[in-house]
Design a protein around this ligand. Structure first.
Ligand code: PHB
Length: 365
């Protein structure tokens, strides 16, 4: 059955050797200035047997960052330091995309360049979740509401990051519109109570992401731009009374743009956590059906459930985050039915080699 995962697939005009993706995973191994490291190159080289590698969330500006040591794509030094990392990820024929990220209100004054609270569509704080600071979990702050000029500036930052991604050798970019980050904050009415053209109706709440797509489309062809959504998740307080209509409207609006793919996080996943099923969940199949283009489904899948999604025509590609962290040669193990190693929580978000590049391979990269 899992043979289905090894059929080639075309994405953005590129032929991918298989349908298995390494999804974007925050690992906090960049330098403090957001430049990628040699250790990151080693990590991606180990996992280069995926058909598609989507590198970890990469911020478009210092204001867009929340966690320590995440990489960026806003400076010349970052572009130069990404090149060997991208080359390593491409070393086995995978397509390699950058995930462009702005966290909005999920940041904290302690990591904002001006030391003030972060920006968001509206001045509504996250209350049900805590911020992961280097000194433990602390409450989020009330964010500052973005001005119209502030929004335009972020649109430009995404376009610049897309140009930088192309210069660094990435084949494409993914917009991180999942998990309650900035795009999700604009989309959901619980975090967006603006009364201008960016808030109110669904059409208005879709405006920011569409403006970013227009701007990014000037930097690279839209068939090399994917988008990631977590339609069933209210992680970090992104709530809306009708998420099904909201994300369905977005998927329909995206169709004429001919994007590289739609990337759906499965219900039951909340950010980095598995939370089980929810009666309000929107099955990935429901949104996949609305999409004219390729669909990626990620989140808690096994080789069997993933192959079934491909066989049923729900997904064209399938992602495995936690399994790929613990099994750098995951496609090889799937193909041969080999045992899978388990994930260790130590070293997930900090440190050096331990928990990052020290998982055993059957296949030496
Ligand atoms: C995390 O670092 O916990 C994290 C980062 C990006 C996500 C979700 C979770 O999209």
């Amino acid at each position: 059955m899992s043979e289905r995962l090894f059929e080639p697939v075309v994405l953005g005009g590129q032929v991918l050797p298989n349908r298995i993706i390494l999804p974007p995973l925050t690992r906090s191994r960049a330098n403090e200035d957001g430049t990628p490291t040699e250790l990151m190159a080693r990590y991606y080289r180990q996992r280069a047997s995926a058909g598609l590698v989507i590198c970890e969330g990469t911020v478009v500006s210092p204001q867009g960052a929340s966690y320590a040591r995440v990489p960026g794509l806003y400076s010349r030094e970052q572009v130069d330091a990404w090149r060997p990392v991208v080359a390593a990820a491409k070393s086995n024929g995978a397509a390699v995309y950058a995930q462009l990220w702005h966290v909005g209100r999920q940041a904290h004054s302690s990591v904002q360049p001006d030391g003030l609270p972060p920006f968001a569509p509206s001045a509504i704080p996250i209350v049900d979740w805590k911020y992961r600071s280097p000194h433990g979990r602390i409450p989020f702050e009330r964010p500052r509401e973005l001005s119209i000029d502030g929004i335009a500036e972020i649109v430009d930052q995404f376009a610049r990051a897309a140009r930088n991604a192309r210069d660094a050798g990435f084949d494409g970019v993914e917009l991180h519109a999942a998990n309650g980050y900035l795009f999700d904050q604009f989309l959901n009415s619980g975090s967006n109570v603006r009364t201008d053209k960016y808030g109110g109706s669904v059409e208005n709440r879709l405006r920011f992401i569409k403006e970013v797509l227009d701007a990014v489309g000037n930097a690279m062809p839209l068939n090399r731009v994917g988008i990631r959504l977590s339609p069933s998740s209210s992680w970090m307080d992104v709530t809306d009374p009708d998420k099904k209509s909201l994300y369905s409207a977005l998927v329909r609006d995206l169709n004429p743009r001919g994007l590289s793919y739609l990337h759906l996080v499965e219900p039951g996943i909340a950010g980095s956590l598995s939370v089980g099923s929810d009666p309000e969940a929107i099955p990935s199949a429901d949104l996949a059906e609305l999409s004219d283009g390729p669909v990626i489904v990620t989140g808690g899948l096994s080789a069997e459930t993933a192959a079934a999604l491909v066989a049923e025509g729900v997904a064209d590609l399938v992602g495995f985050g936690r399994l790929f962290i613990a099994n750098p040669d995951l496609p090889h193990r799937f193909r041969h039915g080999s045992d899978l190693a388990g994930l260790r929580s130590a070293g997930l978000y900090s440190g050096a080699e331990a928990g990052y590049t020290d998982y055993p391979h059957i296949l030496t990269p």
